[in-house]
Design a protein around this ligand. Structure first.
Ligand SMILES: Nc1ncnc2c1ncn2[C@@H]1O[C@H](COP(=O)(O)OP(=O)(O)OP(=O)(O)O)[C@@H](O)[C@H]1O
Ligand SMILES: [Mg+2]
Length: 257
């Protein structure tokens, strides 16, 4: 299938007029988004015109070779980076028009992040790491925070590790703490950049199982990037990037879709 047809298919899949869902269900929309980085006297074109719609409750993978723009795309969706051109709409807000303060609020209330290297704060306990986004939100009493942290730590199976610091936990346990931290604010969208890349296959599968369970139980939208064909096959939908553009997903990766 040609790229043009693939792009058309992507457009049609996400067009509100061609699906049963209304446009209210679109939680992330990208319209001809580009991102370029100046590099010395040249420019790196990391993302070169991506249009995409993600609906509420989707469990989507952004996949593609190293350097294809996966992290750049996730960072822009998560409002930690801005596009060079094109519009990005997250939870109904056009991010290009928001002030830094509004972007921070959008990130804090609507988006949860999970990283390849877990990114836990080493001096804080697991409990304190999970509580951290709630402290930033400044919306909850200590008792409310306590209930939320304990409930999430229970959900990820780490009730007995509340007082351990990250250095005292295995890789899989650290990533489960990171999943709890991403979810404790009940975000509409969770972005996960290669969440299983530093885990062995079985532990990585467990993390995907956990994400999938939360996706079906709570309806949280997940967008995760990965290189791993086994992880790609767990996604409901694959967005394949090549050289900063959406391209046709290799047939070998579509088995099971
Ligand atoms: N801050 C930056 N400055 C300059 N170039 C950058 C910057 N960030 C990313 N790039 C370039 O943009 C392109 C896309 O990078 P990105 O990190 O998004 O790829 P990726 O698909 O996540 O790769 P990987 O699978 O290796 O993580 C690469 O060519 C990269 O070198
Ligand atoms: Mg990356």
């Amino acid at each position: 299938m040609s790229n043009t047809v693939t792009n058309l298919r992507n457009t049609m899949q996400s067009s509100p007029t061609t699906t049963a869902n209304s446009s209210d269900d679109v939680i992330v929309a990208l319209r001809t988004v580009t991102k370029s980085y100046p590099l010395g006297k040249t420019v790196v074109h990391a993302v070169r015109g991506v249009s995409l719609e993600i609906r509420r409750g989707e469990f989507s993978a952004i996949a593609g070779p190293s350097g294809s723009g996966k992290t750049t795309l996730l960072n822009m969706i998560g409002c930690v980076d801005v596009s060079t051109t094109g519009d990005i709409i997250v939870a109904g807000q056009r991010t290009n028009e928001l002030t830094d303060k509004a972007l921070t609020q959008l990130r804090l209330f609507k988006v949860g992040f999970i990283f390849q290297t877990f990114n836990l704060v080493p001096v804080l306990t697991a409990y304190q790491n999970v509580e951290f986004p709630l402290l930033l939100q400044k919306q909850h009493t200590k008792a409310e925070r306590d209930a939320k942290v304990r409930s999430l730590m229970d959900e990820v199976g780490l009730s007995d590790r509340l007082q351990n610091r990250p250095g005292e936990l295995s890789g899989g346990q650290r990533q489960r703490v990171a999943v709890a931290r991403a979810l404790v604010t009940e975000p509409a969208i969770v972005l996960a950049d290669e969440p299983t890349a530093n885990l062995d296959t079985e532990t990585g599968n467990n993390i995907i199982d956990l994400m999938k369970r939360i996706n079906s139980q709570r309806g949280t939208t997940f967008i995760f990037s990965t290189h791993d064909p086994k992880v790609i096959r767990r996604a409901d939908r694959v967005v394949w990037l090549e050289d900063g553009k959406i391209a046709e997903t290799p047939e070998s990766l579509l088995m099971g879709h």
